[in-house]
Ligand binder design. Structure first.
Ligand SMILES: [Zn+2]
Length: 483
């Protein structure tokens, strides 16, 4: 008598069946096992499974398991679950070749303090996938599956020991270090280093102590989220659907419609790329450093505006960019989102940052030895447009500058040089100098006092300054309140 389970390749399971059944302890379905053995079936299955694992058997097809925990296991092979059903699968403190889950249904997968090459979940149905302190030297793929919650805290890509040969290097470097979430459905939340007290509770129930769940960084060559369909239930509509915290690597988001918010904080994001992404609520970047080499493809970059569609607002707080082209486009996206929302002050804030980024572009063009005129232009622009009124976004600044310059700075200059005379003698009172300064700046010029010597140069300069600042003030005022 043998277990009747037939593998997909036609072979039969060659294990002794359980008493009273045609199936072995691993293949006996939940209902039949419970009917025959009651609660004891859980222990029977667990023992049978661990016995196989300890004997080095890592391929499991069509098995039914309750809670299993693979702990302190060191094997080179990949553990495979195919067409199986498991309640909770925990892998902790292990070094394994990999983990492959195919066509299976698992309520919760928790991988803790484990080193592996490649993790692959495909065509499966999973409620919660949790990884915590996972080091991988290959890639992590979750694809073509239904996964409700994906929570990955502090995972680390470490380059494998074996050096790839010259020819295959290109392919390999592309295929390694990736975390790919592709063609998933029913997703409620994707969290990288998000706070998740429930996980700690679950782990403690299983006797696994974790000092800190969310303190560490997550590092990968690329995090690619593409073709993920989120749970449309209105219960989750206003929630953060994608949360990245302390992530370091490239970010690619592709073919997504996100019914909720996206939040990226305290991360170092390389080459952010969005392709056909629509966010129905807000996207928030807080304390994010965006970096890329300056040879970023400038013909592709402007497409970002068309590719990333944010229905709510886009917030960029304490963000840094090493590439002013990316900087300009991000701030422009943020600006237009606030303009659409009708918040002009917030839009102006981003408009200013956008203009500064444009100026930086000319500076980098100069540094790359293009033309000196860019440098001069940049400084003049800074002086006239930024210093005076932050590119027309503040009307208080020109007033303050005008008052200080006309009532203090110029009177002091005239006073020191004694270069203003009335009826042939230099003025004595400081207030007379202030009066002369105001008359000059407003181009009134009564003629009762007149400059001499260097005072003529100063007065001409002040007249030009006064006129320019009035023009600035009127322009900014009109821009702010007349539109
Ligand atoms: Zn069997």
């Amino acid at each position: 008598m043998m277990c009747e389970y037939v593998y997909e390749n036609g072979q039969k399971c060659r294990t002794k069946p359980l008493k009273g059944s045609n199936f072995c302890s691993l293949h006996i379905p939940y209902e039949e096992g419970e009917l025959l053995y009651g609660e004891k079936i859980k222990e029977i299955k667990k023992k049978a499974f661990l016995k196989k694992i300890r004997r080095g058997i890592t391929y499991f097809e069509g098995v039914y398991l309750y809670d299993v925990r693979i702990s302190d296991l060191k094997i080179e092979q990949t553990i495979v679950f195919k067409n199986s059903k498991i309640k909770t699968l925990i892998v902790d403190s292990s070094e394994i070749g990999g983990l492959t889950i195919y066509g299976s249904s698992i309520e919760r997968i928790i991988i803790v303090k484990t080193t592996l090459k490649t993790l692959m979940i495909t065509r499966s149905n999973i409620f919660g996938f949790n990884a915590l302190e996972v080091n991988f030297s290959g890639s992590i793929y979750l694809k073509n599956s239904e996964i409700r919650y994906i929570m990955m805290n502090s995972f680390h890509y470490t380059k494998g020991e074996e050096k790839p040969s010259e020819e295959e290097y290109g392919e390999r470097s592309k295929a390694y270090g990736r975390v790919e979430l592709t063609n998933l459905s029913g997703v409620r939340r994707i969290g990288i280093n998000s706070r998740y007290p429930l996980l700690r509770q679950i782990l403690e129930e299983h006797g696994i102590k974790v000092s800190d769940i969310s303190r560490k960084h997550a590092k990968a060559e690329i995090l690619a989220i593409s073709g993920v369909q989120f749970d449309e239930n209105p219960r989750f509509k206003r929630q953060v659907r994608i949360l990245l915290r302390a992530f370091n690597g490239q970010l690619l988001m592709e073919n997504l419609e996100i019914p909720g918010h996206v939040q990226v904080t305290q991360s170092k994001i390389k080459l952010p790329e969005f392709v056909h992404v629509r966010i129905l609520n807000n996207i928030i970047f807080r304390k994010v450093r965006f970096y890329s080499d300056t040879t970023w493809n400038l013909t592709v970059l402007p497409n970002l505006v068309a590719e990333l569609d944010v229905e709510g607002f886009m917030l960029l707080e304490d963000c840094q960019f090493n590439n002013p082209y990316i900087e300009e486009i991000f701030y422009r996206l943020a600006r237009t989102s606030w303009e659409r929302g009708g918040d002009k002050d917030k839009a102006d804030e981003y408009y200013y940052k956008e203009m500064v980024a444009k100026r930086k572009q000319r500076m980098t063009a100069y540094r790359r030895g293009k033309r000196k005129i860019f440098l001069i232009e940049s400084y003049v622009e800074w002086l006239l447009a930024d210093l005076t009124c932050k590119y027309g976004t503040t009307w208080k600044r020109p007033i303050v500058i005008w008052i200080i310059t006309v009532n203090i700075i110029f009177p002091i200059l005239f006073y020191i040089t004694k270069s203003v005379e009335g009826s042939g003698v230099p003025l004595k009172s400081f207030l007379d100098y202030v009066y002369f300064s105001i008359v000059t700046a407003t181009t009134l010029g009564y003629g009762d006092l007149h400059p001499v010597g260097i005072g003529r140069v100063l007065a001409s300069g002040e007249a030009i300054f006064g006129m320019f600042m009035w023009a600035v003030l009127l322009t900014v005022f009109a821009r702010k309140y007349m539109r």
